[in-house]
Design a protein around this ligand. Structure first.
Ligand code: NAG
Ligand code: NAG
Ligand code: NAG
Ligand code: NAG
Length: 165
């Protein structure tokens, strides 16, 4: 009897769900920050399990707040991208950035994982953690980052960070 009730209620649930299925709204984003990163001498650990593992040290950089046009934060040395250049050539960035906010000198941890082409451009989801009161709203925001290199250049890519609206 109990089993029957569960099955019956599941049937009602799925019947309702089938009728209700419509695609969720397409996410919209706004650009929040832009800045130039300083990338140090990159190296690769060649032909390992998944392809080649990048060691791309990030030695500095600035993030400008696009709302105010002011310097928002500084990227700290010790940041790096240790993503994978797959056998097929597709690049899967996996970067950790530490940022010191200008307004209160507090820190932020940014972890970026995505897909793209190495030394050309990639797009990542960014997980951010900060205890800065000014920026703590970003902790629960879905963020994307576009990292794009100038042609033929491997040391000063432009990072644009977007937030879902
Ligand atoms: C790894 O591969 C890159 C690109 O082909 C090459 O420049 C580099 O010398 C290689 N590293 C080693 C340790 O073989
Ligand atoms: C990995 O090994 C393959 C096959 O030996 C070779 O063609 C390729 O150039 C190597 N890649 C790197 C980055 O060393
Ligand atoms: C960041 O800003 C500081 C101070 O304005 C400047 O000295 C530094 O060169 C800038 N770095 C980058 C990567 O733009
Ligand atoms: C990232 O930014 C570059 C430069 O504006 C642009 O060409 C590229 O299409 C962007 N990538 C994505 C996935 O939007």
């Amino acid at each position: 009897m109990r089993t029957f009730t569960v099955i019956a209620s599941l049937a009602v649930f799925f019947a309702g769900a089938v009728q209700a299925i419509t695609p969720a709204a397409t996410p919209q984003f706004e650009a929040l920050f832009v800045g130039v990163l300083e990338v140090g001498d990159a190296a690769t650990i060649n032909n390992t399990t998944f392809g080649s593992r990048l060691y791309g040290p990030i030695t500095g950089g600035n993030l400008t707040d696009l709302a105010s046009g002011q310097l928002a934060g500084t990227v700290l040395a010790g940041s790096s991208d240790t993503g994978i250049i797959s056998q097929s050539g597709i690049f899967f960035p996996d970067a950790v950035l530490s940022v010191r906010w200008e307004v209160d000198q507090k820190l932020a941890y940014l972890r970026a994982t995505g897909v793209g082409e190495i030394f050309v451009s990639d797009l990542s989801y960014i997980h951010l953690e900060t205890d800065s009161e000014t920026y703590s709203a970003l902790n629960s925001r879905f963020l994307l980052g576009n990292l794009t290199f100038f042609e033929g250049e491997q040391t000063h890519p432009v990072l644009t960070i977007y937030g879902a609206v």
